[in-house]
Design a protein. Structure first.
Length: 103
């Protein structure tokens, strides 16, 4: 076992692997910031990708928002409508619409 700067290398690498396995679900978005961003997406009917925590897993939904209130949003995806809690949202980002050419 090698020692480097008063640390045993095996201890350091095991600590790093422990950090890799940790998952944080913190969002820098306050409720007010979420509502502001989502209301802008709603007003412009823009396509957005919303990432939420669902049963300790990150889940992403992409679509438009036809309905919004202070506790929930309804997102319209290609597979249907999904009701999401604002408190579960960890990220909001705009996505470009994919345009399909007709034949």
């Amino acid at each position: 076992m090698q020692k480097w700067m008063d640390f045993f290398l095996s201890e350091h690498t095991s600590a790093l692997s422990d950090d890799v396995n940790k998952v944080t679900y913190m969002s820098d978005l306050s409720l007010e910031k979420k509502l502001l961003l989502l209301s802008q997406v709603y007003a412009g009917q823009l396509h957005t990708r919303i990432q939420v925590i669902d049963k300790n897993k990150h889940v992403s939904y992409t679509g438009t928002i036809p309905s919004l209130n202070k506790d929930f949003i309804l997102i319209k995806t290609t597979t249907g409508h999904i009701n999401l809690k604002l408190k579960d949202i960890i990220s909001i980002e705009l996505v470009e619409e994919e345009l399909y050419e007709s034949a």
